[in-house]
Write a protein that binds this ligand. Structure first.
Ligand code: URA
Length: 241
């Protein structure tokens, strides 16, 4: 996050590093060679402060756009890891090709084979608000499963299940659509939680997709792998505008 002073200004080296132009030492080297301009003038001393709303910064003659916070809704596809780096698989942050900031991260994790709603942002405070176990934010998942779900499954989900390692789950709501599919609402986010809850009832999840997280609902127009910035009303619903 950019460290702005009381007048909304921040140091040029911080601005350039935040926007992914390079590390602090890389941009320092660029400035020494005259490759960084502030309002058209080459700058050697990157400790100078600027107003990102008014001043024009160029690196190698390309204007550097600025955003202090970014928020994207992604329909996570299967086969992509909910992380910023991975040695084996592509990661969700690689999918946000139009991001200005280079410090986006996924808010929470979906399994490699899970699809659906994932929020990517650099707003750490919002991530904490959505993920804090004390907040009990509702998460709704569309589930397809193999096996025969017991007739009393809704009341057992509601009562809380005991997982294979002895963990007790909080009350969850199961809406059965028939034919091995339905929607499960949970208020916590334990590792592989939905899959383990179904296992506790003798079934195996064959497809899982997150539909919503708190006030944020997956845009049905987004195909797996597609993303868009949050709208003003979505930001407002999250207490950001
Ligand atoms: N529960 C799971 O089992 N997997 C997910 O990806 C999310 C919730």
């Amino acid at each position: 996050m950019a460290a702005k002073d009381g007048k909304g200004r921040l140091r040029l080296d911080k601005f350039l590093a935040d926007m992914g132009v390079g590390t602090r030492s890389q941009v320092k080297a660029m400035a020494r060679k005259g490759r960084i301009c502030l309002n058209g003038v080459p700058v050697k001393d990157l400790s100078v402060k600027l107003d990102p709303e008014k001043d024009a910064v160029e690196a190698d003659h390309v204007l550097v756009a600025y955003a202090s916070m970014e928020y994207y809704m992604l329909n996570k596809p299967a086969g992509v890891v909910s992380a910023t780096e991975d040695g084996q698989y592509p990661v969700v942050t690689d999918l946000i090709e139009t991001a200005l900031r280079k410090d986006l991260f996924p808010v929470g994790r979906l399994d490699l084979d899970t699809e659906g709603l994932l929020l990517l942002t650099n707003d750490g405070k919002l991530a904490h608000e959505l993920l804090s176990p004390r907040r009990h934010v509702d998460k709704v998942y569309y589930v397809e499963y193999d096996g025969l779900l017991p007739a009393d499954a809704p009341s057992r989900f509601e009562a809380g299940l005991t997982l294979e390692d002895g963990t007790k789950t909080m009350a969850a709501v199961w809406e059965d659509d028939g034919e091995g599919r339905g929607r499960l609402t949970i208020r916590e986010g334990k590792f592989h939680q939905v899959k383990r809850m179904f296992e506790a009832l003798g079934c195996r999840v064959s497809y899982l997709k997150r539909l919503s997280m708190g006030a944020l609902v997956l845009d049905p127009a987004l195909e797996p792998g597609q993303y868009r910035p949050l709208t003003e009303s979505e930001l407002e619903s999250l207490g950001r505008s």
